[in-house]
Write a protein that binds this ligand. Structure first.
Ligand code: SF4
Length: 475
């Protein structure tokens, strides 16, 4: 009953070629991204100093990442002092083992889940299912994805690829398998769909004693976790169950509450286009008689320290998952999120996934190329991640790490020629002399490059040669 996994998916070019043929998908994406883009632009424009706020957010994240070892220890001490238990997970397998063990220790066979891309990253639902534990997604869009046996395609709106009619069909077909069925006369009116989800989820909240969550931020000075959301379902998950297990990437740490205030200003504006999100839930360890009485925090590495070691690539860890870069990306708008084969789609996915997973698979090695390098993602990013810079950096790594001998040899030859002006002049002279012999289409596998590009005609003489010749004529 779990959603599909990303394992074994084909590379981006193959997936995106299929996605762009889907007219319904493109229509849904165009409509949704245009709406969110407009709302975001309006509330960003009204900020008195957006560049200043962006710079402050970038600085906080960079400073935290530089001293992450220290802040993580401070966080652990604060969470422990407040009555919580901290677990360290080096990779997905360890994190899953910890969470499955914690749920089994409660004796429960089901959990409610909210706000957790990290648990999707590690495939927690599948791990729980293997242990006979059912995970119920409670974020509305995640619920649609789960009922549709689908995978998320957007960071903020995981079911962005679905329209209302499709959601109604999914609710009617699948809700009964997971609990309270949808009403027989359900229409595709947004209020009717929301009401069906509310009744379905309410039953689940009232009967489930263990919750699994993520977090948007972890404040090191007090050990406080913070979740921002729009529906209130998160707050139900975070307050009603007896046991709360939060699985959070280590890069979500920030030092102080003062730092948090910068992100509370930037995140809602950049993601949903709101000045303030409707629900901000914070919790610190356990409070006797109020909320979950057992709290576990699983700190997830899963490749993050490797990303931190890369001087160019590490800026991806600043990401606060606002999804603004997805909504402006011309590639994402046409292909949708599934083509990226990861829980992190769009421009941020194209730089984060290959770094977290490595570039061994064809899919992960293809992701840094899933961009036109137009730079729109960088312009809107509230923490100023230079995504094009990282994409180019990862492309270089992909070539170095791959077995693309021909490309490596071609680059080495180009470097040899370009290193000395005299070599370049000789090469240009030779190219001009034999220009009629230069083929329009390169042979063998190199043809893939010329199939989609026109080779510019080679001139009879180089600009320098022409200049020398005509200058002499003038004098
Ligand atoms: S990279 Fe920047 S714009 Fe994209 S999701 Fe992360 S914070 Fe938002």
């Amino acid at each position: 009953m779990s959603g599909h996994t990303y394992l074994g998916m084909p590379a981006f070019p193959e997936r995106s070629a299929a996605a762009v043929q889907d007219a319904q998908l493109r229509h849904n994406l165009r409509h949704a991204t245009r709406t969110i883009r407009g709302k975001r632009a309006a509330v960003i424009d009204e900020l008195p100093d957006w560049p200043g706020a962006r710079e402050a957010a970038k600085e906080i994240k960079d400073r935290t990442l530089r001293h992450l070892d220290r802040y993580l220890v401070q966080l652990e001490e604060a969470v422990t002092a407040a009555g919580g238990t901290v677990h360290w997970a080096a990779d997905a397998a360890e994190a899953n083992r910890i969470v499955v063990g914690l749920v089994e220790a409660t004796g429960e066979r089901s959990v409610v889940k909210v706000k957790s891309m990290a648990t999707q990253e590690i495939g927690l639902n599948e791990a729980l299912e293997s242990a006979g534990i059912t995970a119920y997604e409670t974020d509305l869009a995640e619920l649609i994805v789960q009922l549709g046996e689908d995978t998320p395609s957007h960071i903020l709106v995981p079911a962005i690829h679905r329209n209302r009619a499709e959601i109604r069909e999914i609710f009617q077909r699948a809700m009964a398998d997971w609990g309270r069925p949808a009403p027989g006369d359900l229409t595709d009116d947004p209020r009717a769909l929301a009401e069906a989800a509310r009744l379905h989820l309410r039953e689940r909240f009232m009967s489930t004693r263990v919750a699994v969550s993520g977090a948007n931020f972890m404040v090191a000075e007090t050990g406080t976790l913070v979740v921002l959301e729009s529906e209130g379902n998160g707050r139900m998950c975070l307050t009603l169950p007896e046991t709360l297990i939060s699985v959070v990437g280590i890069e979500k740490t920030i030092p102080t509450w003062e730092d948090l205030s910068v992100f509370l200003e930037l995140l809602p504006r950049s993601s949903t286009g709101e000045r303030m999100n409707p629900y901000t839930t914070t919790w610190t360890g356990v409070t006797p008689g109020d909320g979950p009485q057992t709290f576990h925090l699983v700190l997830l590495d899963n490749g993050r320290t490797d990303v931190l070691a890369d001087q160019v690539g590490r800026q991806a860890l600043r990401c606060i998952r606002c999804s603004a870069c997805l909504n402006v990306c011309p590639v994402y708008q046409r292909t949708g999120g599934h083509a990226y084969g990861s829980v992190y789609p769009g421009p941020i996915g194209a730089i984060l996934t290959p770094q977290l997973r490595g570039m061994q698979s064809e899919l992960d090695a293809s992701l840094p190329y899933a961009s036109t390098l137009c730079g729109a993602c960088y312009e809107v990013c509230p923490v100023a991640i230079d995504i094009p810079e990282v994409l180019v950096h990862l492309r270089a790594r992909a070539v170095q790490e791959s077995g693309h001998r021909a490309e490596r040899l071609a680059m080495r030859a180009a470097r040899w020629v370009l290193e000395r002006p005299v070599r370049l002049t000789r090469a240009q002279n030779a190219a001009g002399r034999f220009r009629r012999l230069i083929p329009k289409r390169l042979p063998g596998p190199l043809g893939g490059w010329t199939d989609t590009r026109d080779l510019p005609p080679v001139p009879r003489e180089s600009f320098r040669a022409w200049w020398r010749r005509t200058e002499k004529g003038d004098s």
